[in-house]
Design a protein around this ligand. Structure first.
Ligand SMILES: C[S@@+](CC[C@H](N)C(=O)[O-])C[C@H]1O[C@@H](n2cnc3c(N)ncnc32)[C@H](O)[C@@H]1O
Length: 249
């Protein structure tokens, strides 16, 4: 085995993210709807854009407007930068300084859950509201607290991943702490014999409509509709997700 086969880099992580999280382009799905809006509107802001899948796909589907992707992670953005007909900015949501420039702001694949503290949530929503023109929408999804998704994030549910160059790693999640709606967990990449080569920790905040909606209203949004899953089923006490259409007042 060469040294490279023992190494799992940030670039590998971004590539693997794309392989494991393909965008759902089906027209009846929420992601299909976001893609259609992004393709048709004049100016779209993707907050926590990651590797830029949505904006890449929008260009491939004929988007002519201004597309801006913002993310604080340099490795994810490096992968996004494979296209140079899209604006990429390395920043957190709260650091954005756009003023009434966009027809749509969106956050996908639960990026919204990266806003952990009340202060960060308020500052991020305020910056998203400022970036939007009046009467335009913020479309985003977040996992519902009640579904306790983290209970499946354990080593027993891990597996072997294969990169396009043939390198293989074992990967698994381990929840370290659950503190009310805040869940801290690690993701470990390891050699096939189980020797860890990379461990990254994350804290995510889970919501119910009751905890989420007051922050949106305070930031100047009206909640136009909410759904309970990625197929826009109704939001109920048993829903896995909270998918929100929030209109800038
Ligand atoms: C699960 S990924 C989602 C990426 C992309 N939206 C997608 O649909 O594939 C979450 C992203 O949120 C980004 N993120 C973390 N904290 C953030 C913050 N405070 N503001 C904006 N983005 C953030 C991460 O760097 C990461 O790329």
């Amino acid at each position: 085995m060469t040294a490279d086969e023992h190494t799992f880099t940030d670039a590998d992580s971004a590539l693997l993210y794309d392989l494991e999280n393909p965008w759902d382009t089906d027209e009846s799905s929420w992601e299909g709807y976001i893609l259609r809006c992004t393709t048709l509107l004049d100016a779209v802001l993707d907050v926590g854009c990651g590797t830029g899948s949505l904006l890449h796909l929008a260009r491939e589907h004929g988007a002519k407007g201004r597309l801006v992707g913002v993310d604080p992670d340099p490795a994810m953005l490096e992968r996004a930068r494979r296209r140079d007909d899209i604006e990429w900015s390395q920043a957190t949501a709260a650091e954005m300084a756009y003023e009434a420039e966009f027809d749509l702001a969106t956050m996908n694949s639960n990026a919204f859950q990266c806003f952990v503290t009340d202060d960060e949530l308020r500052a991020s929503l305020a910056a998203i509201r400022r970036a939007l023109k009046d009467d335009r929408v913020f479309l985003f999804g977040t996992r519902h607290l009640q579904a306790r998704a983290w209970e499946a994030w354990n080593p027993e549910n891990g597996g072997v991943v294969t990169l396009p160059d043939g390198r293989q790693f074992r990967s698994w999640y381990q929840v370290e702490k659950v503190d009310g709606p805040l869940v801290t967990f690690t993701e470990t990449m390891a050699l096939l014999d189980g020797t860890p080569v990379r461990t990254a920790g994350t804290t995510l905040r889970f919501h119910t409509p009751e905890t989420l909606n007051p922050f949106l209203v305070e930031a100047g949004f009206r909640i136009e509709s909410q759904y309970g899953d990625e197929k826009t089923g109704p939001l109920t006490p048993d829903s896995r997700a909270i998918i929100t259409v929030a209109r800038a007042q």
